[in-house]
Design a protein. Structure first.
Length: 208
C-alpha cells in the first residue's frame, strides 16, 4: 500500500469512525505533552473541516531527499534519482550521520565544518509513512515515543514549507530544468500542497 498524506484526518474520523477518532485524540494529547516538554505551545487540531488526502511514492520522496542532501552539503545537484542510485548516496548518508550527531572520518573530510548547517531536516529527518507535521514553527524535528504508536517524529510544516520553497526555486533554474527531475518535482509539488493546506486550516499533516 502506498503511503498517504492527510490533513483533517481527525475531523473526518469523528464523522465516520468514532473509536478510531478517540485513538487519534489520545495521540494528539501525547504530542502535546512532547511539545510542552520541548518548550512549545500545544497544537489545537480542528474538529470541523474537509479531509484532504493524497497517496505518494516512497521512491519519489527518497529521490527528493537525496537531491536536498546533495544540494545542502555540496551546493550541487545530483543526477535525477532512480531505483539504482537512491539507496547508496554519499551525501545522503552523510546528512543522516550529521543529523544523528555522528561524524565519520569520511564525513569530516568531505563536508567542511563551515557547510554543516543542515537546511532540510524537516524534509529529510522524518519517517516516510508514520508521523506528524504540525503548523507550529520550531527548528528541528522532534523524535518521541508514544505508548499508542511507538517511536515517531514530529516535524514543523512551517519549516517543511520553507525547505520545499528553497528546493522549488533551485529546480526552477535552467541547469536543473534541463536534468528532468520528474520524481523529485512530483513529490515536491505534493508536499507543498499539503503544507499550504495545513497553513490554511491549522490542521496537522499526518503520514500513514
Amino acid at each position: 500500500m502506498a503511503p498517504h498524506l492527510s490533513v483533517g484526518l481527525l475531523a473526518d474520523l469523528q464523522r465516520r469512525e468514532d473509536v478510531v477518532a478517540q485513538e487519534l485524540e489520545r495521540e494528539f494529547e501525547q504530542l502535546d505533552r512532547v511539545l510542552k516538554k520541548n518548550g512549545l505551545e500545544p497544537h489545537v487540531e480542528p474538529r470541523e473541516m474537509e479531509l484532504w488526502e493524497r497517496e505518494f511514492s516512497s521512491l519519489d520522496l527518497h529521490c527528493l531527499r537525496r537531491l536536498a542532501a546533495n544540494f545542502d552539503l555540496s551546493d550541487e545537484l545530483p543526477a535525477p534519482g532512480n531505483d539504482d542510485n537512491v539507496d547508496d548516496d554519499g551525501p545522503m548518508n552523510r546528512y543522516y550521520e550529521l543529523a544523528a550527531g555522528k561524524k565519520s572520518f569520511l564525513t569530516r573530510m568531505l563536508t567542511p565544518a563551515s557547510t554543516i548547517e543542515r537546511h532540510f531536516d524537516h524534509l529529510i529527518v522524518h519517517r516516510d509513512n508514520d508521523g506528524f507535521y504540525l503548523p507550529i514553527d520550531f527548528e528541528r524535528p522532534i523524535d518521541y515515543h508514544s505508548r499508542l504508536s511507538g517511536p515517531g517524529w514530529i516535524g514543523s510544516s512551517v519549516r517543511l514549507l520553507a525547505e520545499c520553497e528553497i528546493l522549488t526555486a533551485r529546480l526552477a533554474l535552467p541547469d536543473a530544468r534541463a536534468m528532468n527531475y520528474d520524481r523529485e518535482s512530483t513529490c515536491l509539488k505534493l508536499i507543498l500542497e499539503a503544507c499550504h493546506k495545513t497553513r490554511e486550516t491549522g490542521s496537522a499533516l499526518i503520514l500513514t
